[in-house]
Unconditional design. Structure first.
Length: 265
């Protein structure tokens, strides 16, 4: 028995449904894709197999079948703020983080792994990263991440969480290990870092301090042009949708503007 959750129920139907939804409704601009072949290649990476010996390479066919380009200036990397990222990116309309490309879309929030009996899928439990790194989910996100970083171009965004206590730029993260090393100097013109604190705080890390300074130093060493902004206004405005009267959400001009009430209309 593994420590992680078992394979998501109806995995085949979920993946096939997501695939058709993505190519026909969400983002038809990726062009024709063979969703059946994509499912078969995905399944063949782990079905009936030892869930601790699935590597990035086992997903190669799956990746090449589902690959598409990422619009320039739309790549968005992130750590520890998934919800904020996705409300900002708006299903690829504003930005296209990995989870809004076809590959990431297919795997998002699912669990899957194989075993040697029955249908070849373990519906009871799957290994966690602590149990083994070469598990089907971890290997999937590793190759998805490095492929995505390799395809990113133009101005790219990195949205990090300035309120966490275990590192705004964690050393042991997909971003640090499988994305940053794969960014291409010949394709990426600039890296824009946004350090977003939770509205309620705390303000643990900022541009130029602690782990963010480490990231800035790495980018400098690699020769990438970059900027860093604390609580970037556009994204802060989105956070304020849920906390409109928090002091951090009141800007000086609107403080003196009376709220429109029926009386004024
Ligand atoms: P978390 O821990 O906040 O969120 C992980 C959740 O988001 C999981 O439900 C996972 O699906 C899904 N997810 C979407 N994209 C990724 C991903 N890309 N990834 C791992 N999980 C992903 O996120 P992390 O672990 O900090 O990962 C953020 C990374 O995603 C950053 O590198 C960012 O740039 C990248 P599931 O199937 O695991 O349940 C790479 C690794 O896009």
């Amino acid at each position: 028995l593994w420590q992680g959750e078992g394979t998501t129920a109806d995995l085949q139907e979920v993946i096939l449904g997501r695939c058709y939804n993505y190519i026909r409704v969400v983002n038809p601009s990726v062009g024709e894709k063979n969703c059946t072949a994509i499912w078969n290649a995905f399944r063949d990476a782990f079905i009936y197999r030892d869930p601790c010996s699935v590597t990035d390479r086992d997903y190669q066919t799956f990746i090449s079948l589902s690959l598409h380009s990422i619009p320039p200036n739309k790549a968005l990397f992130w750590e520890k703020n998934k919800q904020l990222v996705h409300s900002y990116s708006d299903t690829g309309r504003r930005m296209m983080p990995l989870g809004e490309t076809l590959i990431g879309w297919l795997g998002d929030d699912l669990t899957w792994c194989g075993n040697s009996s029955g249908e070849g899928l373990d519906s009871v439990s799957c290994p966690t990263t602590a149990e083994c790194e070469n598990n089907p989910v971890e290997s999937f996100w590793r190759i998805a991440s490095s492929t995505y970083a390799n395809l990113s171009s133009g101005v790219i965004q990195v949205m990090l969480n300035g309120s966490v206590s275990d590192g705004t730029f964690p050393e042991n993260s997909f971003f640090a290990n499988y994305e940053l090393p794969y960014l291409r100097k010949d394709k990426v013109s600039k890296v824009q870092i946004w350090i977003m604190d939770d509205i309620e705080g705390p303000d643990v890390e900022s541009c130029g301090t602690k782990s963010v300074a480490v990231l800035q130093q790495i980018l400098e060493q690699k020769g990438f042009e970059y900027t860093c902004a604390d609580n970037y206004r556009s994204v802060r405005t989105l956070q304020c949708v849920d906390s409109p009267s928090h002091p951090a959400c009141l800007c000086s001009s609107s403080a003196s503007t009376p709220n429109l009430s029926p009386h004024h209309l």
